[in-house]
Design a protein around this ligand. Structure first.
Ligand SMILES: NC(=O)c1ccc[n+]([C@@H]2O[C@H](COP(=O)([O-])OP(=O)(O)OC[C@H]3O[C@@H](n4cnc5c(N)ncnc54)[C@H](OP(=O)(O)O)[C@@H]3O)[C@@H](O)[C@H]2O)c1
Length: 265
């Protein structure tokens, strides 16, 4: 622990069992009070228990990022605990349609945009006053939105996901321009793969569909990376901690790709 986020309040919207849980634990380890928010209260309570058992500080708050009233209620809950927020991470995600565009109905694409893009905008809009209150001289507040390295390729069946995450990057650029004068930085992180349970379930699906084992799918996928392996959850989380911290106080409007070297951007 280096105290990178000491005395900061960090809100994670879309705190899942993989990335979100690891981020909550690491941010708390670095001194932050963490607010974990998603729809599944039982999981959030489990994350809070883990953080507290490790000596950290955390609060759970249910939210549906697609519901404006729910996001407002989250803001009110957080405002009941603190008058300033220093970091907001938006990572809400659900498995997108993997059909070719010709077979993808427009509602599926719209749902992906609603969750990934408008959800991030709703959360940022609601938390802007608290983030502004958290900004100090030479210590801007920070919004980090989770995109994907899908923005760098146009492989078949990834179109719906690519459309949503590319729009999220565009949102990040425009928010950085608008919120910079208010002391708020906005960046996106584009993980290639996150080697955890969500990805393993996807690899199990691919192994069942195309034959072979999960290890075969991993090896085939990792062969395209410069480092010949896939990033762990911790290796995605630590660059996010950097962007949340004052070590990145001059970094805004950027997309940081973290993918063991699959794409050179
Ligand atoms: N896993 C990968 O390999 C990978 C690769 C590239 C990019 N990414 C990106 O990295 C981020 C984290 O990925 P992950 O795999 O760790 O995801 P994850 O574990 O599935 O976590 C995302 C969480 O978002 C929450 N969520 C979904 N809909 C929501 C809603 N309407 N309102 C609030 N929360 C909602 C879900 O929790 P509830 O169901 O409890 O709401 C889910 O657990 C995502 O943005 C993803 O697109 C992941």
């Amino acid at each position: 622990m280096t105290g990178l986020l000491r005395d900061r309040t960090i809100v994670i919207v879309g705190a899942g069992p993989g990335f979100g849980r690891t981020l909550a634990l690491r941010a708390a380890e670095e001194g932050a009070t963490v607010v974990v928010a998603a729809r599944t209260s039982s999981r959030l309570d489990g994350i809070v228990d883990e953080v507290r058992e490790a000596g950290g500080s955390a609060i759970a708050a249910a939210v549906d990022a697609t519901d404006p009233e729910s996001v407002r209620a989250l803001r009110d809950t957080v405002a009941g605990h603190t008058d300033a927020v220093h970091g907001l991470v938006y990572s809400a995600f659900s498995v997108p349609s993997m059909r070719p565009l010709a077979e993808t109905d427009h509602d599926q694409i719209a749902r992906g945009i609603d969750l990934s893009v408008l959800g991030a905008l709703r959360a940022t809009q609601e938390f802007t006053p608290l983030l502004e209150a958290g900004a100090g001289e030479g210590s801007p507040s920070s919004v980090v939105m989770m995109a994907s390295a899908v923005i760098h390729h146009s492989r078949e069946r990834y179109a719906g996901y690519k459309i949503a995450k590319t729009a999220l990057v565009a949102l990040g650029h425009s928010l950085a321009t608008e919120l910079g004068p208010r002391g708020i930085r906005v960046n996106t992180v584009a993980p290639g793969y996150i080697h955890g349970d969500t990805l393993t379930a996807y690899f199990e699906h691919l192994a069942a569909k195309y034959g072979g084992t999960v290890d075969d799918v991993y090896a085939h996928t990792a062969a395209k990376m410069d480092l010949r392996r896939l990033p762990t959850e911790r290796e995605i989380v630590d660059p996010v901690l950097f962007l949340l911290s004052d070590a990145a106080s001059a970094v805004t409007g950027q997309t940081l790709t973290v993918d063991c070297g699959e794409f050179h951007t």
